[in-house]
Ligand binder design. Structure first.
Ligand code: ASP
Length: 344
């Protein structure tokens, strides 16, 4: 007889688990028992499902690296007892948490599927049930006894994305996420169609290794025409700063002002790692293609290629948490650790 499939639901919160506060009209988390009442279908799946709720549920705008660790610990503790994991999470920072978990869960061989909803589960037109039930199906999908998608993913509306390639793109529509620089891993219609050539499979026999140390001493410096020397210097001189994501223009370009070059060079000389990430959603940084990026190479910046902001921020926090030398961190930034970027 085939072994019954088993999924662990990790309920962190988000709109999926909220209802309107009668006094203020604002959405706020409800409790776990109430959420379960809306989901009788879970009992009919034939899958053994257990849930672990965060107490209390949290809006994902309140999620902190501590919560990423909490999810990683739950997965590590329960890893052998389930075929897959579904993380119910608010959409606002879901792409950050999914990216962080993709780095933390090394050699993952089971699906970890993040999902949520744009409308609370109790509302008539809510997208919660479909998102959750399809995620459960994906989390248990196997071929020849092996998980079809052994990755940290986000499933939303009808598409499965690699988590560390995903960005929240819409605050209103049901298709809230996109992966601009990597194709979807699956599409759900009448059947779920998996695009296997895009899915990452771990080395056979490799054991899950969970690393949860993170260092949040990083900053994002987003360029705009007219940005002042004072603003740039204020950011680059933050106490204990270890790394900066410079959000540049187009293919990784920036103003050629000498004060700007000096500020960047001075920071990299002090051991601050600066990563050049384009403000564009699609495409890659190509330093040296335009004159306006040659200074950035000379100032010691490294390319984020086609990484999302969510992936590069969490990758930096994770690498800095390892307490390795700046050279090793720079090397690891220049390669893809778990499919988060395409090095061109
Ligand atoms: N503010 C909510 C959250 O991220 C939004 C959502 O879940 O869609 O928790």
């Amino acid at each position: 007889m085939e072994k019954e499939s088993a999924v662990l639901l990790i309920f962190t919160g988000g709109t999926i688990s909220m209802s309107e506060d009668p006094a203020t009209g604002a959405l706020r988390p409800i409790d776990f028992e109430k959420v379960q009442e809306y989901l009788p279908e879970l009992k009919q799946t034939g899958i053994r499902i257990k849930s672990i709720p965060f107490i209390p549920f949290i809006d994902s705008s309140d999620v902190q690296p501590e919560n990423w660790k909490q999810i990683a610990y739950i997965i590590r503790k329960n890893y052998d007892n389930y075929d897959g994991f579904v993380v119910l999470h608010g959409t606002d920072t879901m792409a950050y948490t999914a990216s962080a978990l993709s780095f933390m869960l090394e050699n993952l061989s089971k699906p970890v599927i993040f999902t949520g909803a744009q409308l609370p589960i109790g509302m008539m037109r809510s997208d919660a049930k479909e998102n959750l039930l399809t995620s459960v199906e994906i989390a248990t999908a196997k071929e020849n006894g092996k998980a079809i998608v052994p990755e940290v993913c986000i499933f939303f509306e009808d598409t499965l994305f690699r988590g560390n390639r995903t960005t929240k793109k819409n605050a209103e529509h049901f298709n809230a996420f996109n992966s601009y620089n990597y194709p979807p891993l699956a599409k759900a219609g009448v059947h779920i169609k998996y695009f296997r050539s895009y899915i990452h499979y771990p080395e056979q026999g490799a054991q899950l290794y969970v690393r949860t140390e993170v260092n949040p001493n990083i900053a994002i410096l987003k360029l705009f025409p007219g940005i002042t020397e004072q603003t740039v210097n204020a950011i680059l001189n933050i106490k204990d700063l270890k790394a900066v994501v410079l959000e540049s223009f187009g293919a990784g370009n920036a103003p050629r002002r000498i004060w700007f070059f000096n500020a960047l060079k001075n920071a990299t000389n002090r051991g601050i790692i600066i990563v050049n990430k384009t403000q564009c959603s699609t495409g890659s940084v190509e330093m040296g293609r335009y004159e306006t990026s040659i200074n950035l190479v000379n100032a010691g910046l490294i390319s984020a290629y086609d990484c999302t902001t969510e992936a590069i921020v969490t990758k930096l926090m994770y690498l800095l948490g390892e307490n390795e030398s700046v050279d090793i961190i720079k090397h690891k930034l220049s390669i893809s650790l778990c499919g988060e970027m395409t090095v061109s």
